[in-house]
Design a protein around this ligand. Structure first.
Ligand code: ADP
Length: 268
C-alpha cells in the first residue's frame, strides 16, 4: 500500500472559489497550452480550493498529493505489490493522472524527496512523458494532463526551497491574504455566518497580521477565520470560537497566546 494520502476528486459540482485577480483566466490558458503551474503562498490562502475549482470547471479528474519529507517517486509513480503468489503493478497518482489526462496537484512539492523533482522534469517540458523505470516504460501524457504544484516560500517557517531549475519549469502565481472586503465575502459564503461577525473576524485578522508577534511562525489565514466563523455560526460564543480556531492552532507559546487572546477580547 502506498504511504501517501491521495485524494481523487471526481468531476462534478464546481466548488466555490472567489477569484482575486486574473488567476482563473491564467489557469485556463495554461491548461490549454500545457503549461505547468506553481502556486506560491502561505497556508490557508485558497490554493487548494482554487485547484479544485479549476479542475471542476475544466471537467478533469483531480489527484491531490500532500507531499512531505518521505514522499518518494515510487509513491507517485507506482509499485509492484505481492498479492498472494501473484505480483501486480499498481499505478501511483502521477501515473494515473498522466494516463487519464487528469490534473495532478502536488501540494507542498518542495517538501518531497529529490527523486520526485527528477520525475517531474520530463513531464514539465516538451516531452510531457513519464519514465517508469521499474517497468522500463515511457508514458506519453494524455492531452488533459496538467501538473500543478504549490510551494510556501516562507523560509522562516522552515520550509524547503525549490531549485531555480525546477521553478523555471512552471508559470507562477502568488497567493496572499485577500483584501478585507473579499475576505469577509469568502468567510460569509463559506459559513453562512452573520455579516457583522464576519467583518469583525476579518478586522481581527488584519490586527493580528499587522502586529509584531515573534512567537508566530505563520499568521492567521483565511482558513482559520472560516473555522472560527463556522463554530460561531453553530452556536459557540465568538470569543471561544476565536480562541480554539485561531489562537490554539497558531501558537503553543503562552505569551503569544495571551497577546492573541487580548486582541480577540478587544473585538468580541
Ligand atoms: P491552501 O491550499 O492555500 O493552504 P485552502 O485552499 O485549503 O488553502 O483554503 C483554506 C480555506 O480557506 C478553504 O477551505 C476555504 O474555506 C477558504 N478560502 C480561502 N481563499 C478562498 C477563496 N478565494 N475562495 C473560496 N474559499 C477560500
Amino acid at each position: 500500500m502506498s504511504k501517501i494520502h491521495t485524494v481523487a476528486a471526481e468531476k462534478g459540482t464546481v466548488p466555490y472559489y472567489r477569484p482575486r485577480a486574473a488567476e482563473v483566466d491564467v489557469f485556463l490558458h495554461a491548461a490549454e497550452r500545457h503549461l505547468p503551474v506553481l502556486l506560491k503562498g502561505p497556508t490557508g490562502t485558497g490554493k487548494s480550493r482554487f485547484v479544485e475549482h479549476m479542475a471542476a470547471r475544466l471537467e478533469r479528474t483531480l489527484y491531490t498529493v500532500s507531499c512531505h519529507e518521505e514522499t518518494s517517486a515510487v509513491d507517485l509513480i507506482g509499485r509492484y505489490l505481492l498479492l498472494g503468489d501473484e505480483t501486480i503493478w499498481q499505478d501511483g497518482p502521477m501515473t494515473r493522472a498522466v494516463r487519464e489526462g487528469a490534473i495532478l496537484y502536488l501540494d507542498e512539492v518542495a517538501e518531497a524527496r529529490p527523486d520526485v523533482i527528477v520525475a517531474i522534469h520530463s513531464l514539465t517540458d516538451h516531452r510531457r512523458e513519464l519514465y517508469i523505470d521499474r517497468r522500463n516504460e515511457r508514458l506519453k501524457a494524455a492531452d488533459g494532463f496538467m501538473l500543478v504544484a504549490s510551494f510556501n516560500p516562507d523560509y522562516q517557517s522552515g520550509n524547503r526551497e525549490l531549485k531555480p531549475s525546477t521553478r523555471q519549469r512552471f508559470i507562477g502565481m502568488s497567493f496572499d491574504y485577500p483584501d478585507q472586503s473579499v475576505e469577509a465575502e469568502i468567510v460569509r459564503t463559506e459559513t453562512g455566518a452573520e455579516p457583522a461577525l464576519c467583518d469583525k473576524l476579518v478586522q481581527l485578522a488584519a490586527n493580528i497580521r499587522s502586529a509584531i508577534l515573534p512567537g508566530l511562525q505563520e499568521t492567521v489565514s483565511t482558513r482559520l477565520l472560516v473555522d472560527a466563523a463556522a463554530l460561531a455560526a453553530s452556536g459557540i460564543p465568538p470569543r471561544l470560537a476565536c480562541t480554539v480556531a485561531i489562537t490554539e492552532p497558531l501558537t503553543d507559546d503562552r505569551q503569544t497566546a495571551a497577546a492573541l487572546n487580548d486582541m480577540i477580547a478587544l473585538l468580541f
